[in-house]
Ligand binder design. Structure first.
Ligand code: LLP
Length: 419
């Protein structure tokens, strides 16, 4: 887990005091350090590119802020997009269509038509989607997502690659599907699988790459097509806890690219990290608004709940927390950090040793860049919070916080009800 600088008891983030950022922009607020974001992208690209031509398809579902996307576009990233909304958002951020790969699941015809019209790359998820796509056009290069029978992830909710999963072409139908696509006249470019999200072991990557390599060779011998790229998905985990190990990217890249080069004639390796690229580039700052001693438990009530960060409530995920204005003080009590949502399941962190908390303290929640803002909501009629970008001591607003009127936008009261 990343350590942040301590300036006489104040947490520093991106060359600025986290407390100053909270005071200036209000809380809750997601704050991203541009330098960390760029570094993460360069680390993962560099690890693989030293061994073979590499495309990093940033899985933008993790974070689609336009400023963050613009930074990754400058870095030369590609995109993994799952919806027409993500495709159009990435085009708006400046990505050329050919650097965007759309991998939908349960895709409607109207979405397919819109995606085709953008000119981005399409990775087909099912035989049904292939037939429906063929009715729109066959004059595009495509690839397929297969169901590799390998599954991984930090929670059962995010494991995607196991046999029988809703994603991808089942293994026993892969050859016939590539053959059918060839007959339909499509240009067949690649193959893709994704095992799941946020596991910390390397085995699932090795296993899925083995399956993909074998399948590439079967497609060559049985369908007569040499694929160009192999995309083994996302899922590179990050350390959320101080004692968690870091992924050894160089080792991972070496083993994977060795396998691909030894066993196939694939030219390009692609991977789709979401979490790895953005997760620890961003913290969530939230303010202590209430302190309660409930006898058997002590509570720090903060202004961010699962409307702002749902991962603890939804997946039981751990996010490290620190009091940014007491950064050099040792923990003296165990606290529950809880939000303003009227559900007992609304929490940010359980049972954390922290310095004595007071109203007004600024709590930093680590690792907020991946699936943080992206999964936030208006539940309990709370406007979504702001996002800020910091870069070497300068801070800029990259998303205004919503106001109350935003909650009512798009709602209609039939005239007869307001008479
Ligand atoms: N590629 C595909 C096809 C995916 O479905 C995903 C994530 C990724 C790449 C990126 O995975 P990553 O590198 O970020 O692990 N909301 C959950 C995570 C859901 C991930 C869904 N798919 C969370 O907060 O942990």
């Amino acid at each position: 887990m990343r350590d942040y600088e301590n300036d006489n008891g104040t947490m520093m983030f991106g060359g600025m005091s986290a407390v100053d950022i909270a005071d200036r922009f209000g809380t809750p607020v997601y704050v991203t350090d541009e330098q960390i974001l760029r570094q993460n992208y360069r680390n993962i690209y560099g690890a693989f590119a030293q061994y073979m031509p590499t495309e990093i398809h940033y899985a933008c579902k993790a974070n689609t802020n336009l400023a963050i996307l613009s930074i990754l576009n400058q870095e030369g990233s590609h995109i993994d997009a799952v919806s027409i909304g993500e495709v159009l958002t990435c085009l708006k951020a400046g990505f050329p269509a050919e650097r965007i790969m759309y991998t939908g699941v349960n895709v409607s015809n109207s979405e397919l038509e819109q995606v085709v019209a953008t000119g981005c790359r399409i990775n087909v998820d099912s035989q049904s989607e292939l037939e429906r796509l063929a009715k729109i056009t066959t004059d595009i290069p495509i690839s397929f997502r297969i169901t590799p029978g390998v599954s991984s992830g930090h929670s059962a909710k995010v494991m995607t690659g196991g046999k029988g999963a809703k994603f991808g072409i089942p293994m026993d139908k892969v050859i016939e599907t590539y053959a059918r696509a060839k007959d339909l006249g499509f240009e067949l470019k690649g193959i893709h699988a994704h095992t799941g999200s946020g596991g910390l072991t390397v085995e699932p990557f090795m296993d899925v790459v083995d399956v993909l390599c074998e399948t590439v060779n079967d497609i060559k011998s049985e369908v007569g097509v040499q694929l160009e790229f192999l995309d083994f998905g996302g899922g590179v985990g990050v350390p959320y806890k101080p004692q968690d190990p870091e992924a050894d990217l160089n080792e991972l890249a070496m083993v994977i690219t060795d396998t691909i080069k030894d066993e196939t004639d694939i030219k390009t390796v692609a991977l789709e990290p979401g979490r790895y690229v953005v997760c620890d580039s961003t913290i969530l700052l939230t303010r202590c608004v209430d302190v309660k001693d409930a006898g058997i438990k002590k509570y720090i009530g903060v202004d961010a709940g699962f409307n702002t960060l749902i991962r603890p409530a939804f997946y039981d995920s751990y996010h490290y927390v620190a009091i940014a204005n007491k950064f050099n003080k040792a923990g003296v009590a165990k606290y529950e950090i809880v939000g303003p949502i009227c559900e007992t399941g609304d929490y940010i962190a359980h049972d954390r040793a922290l310095p004595e908390a007071e109203e007004g303290d600024v709590i930093a929640v680590y690792c907020g860049g991946a699936y943080g803002f992206a999964m936030s909501s208006n539940y309990n009629s709370r406007p979504r919070c702001a996002e800020v970008l910091v870069n070497q001591g300068e801070a800029e607003l990259i998303r205004e916080k919503e106001d109350i009127e935003d909650l009512w936008r798009h709602q209609i009261i039939p005239a007869r009800l307001s008479e």
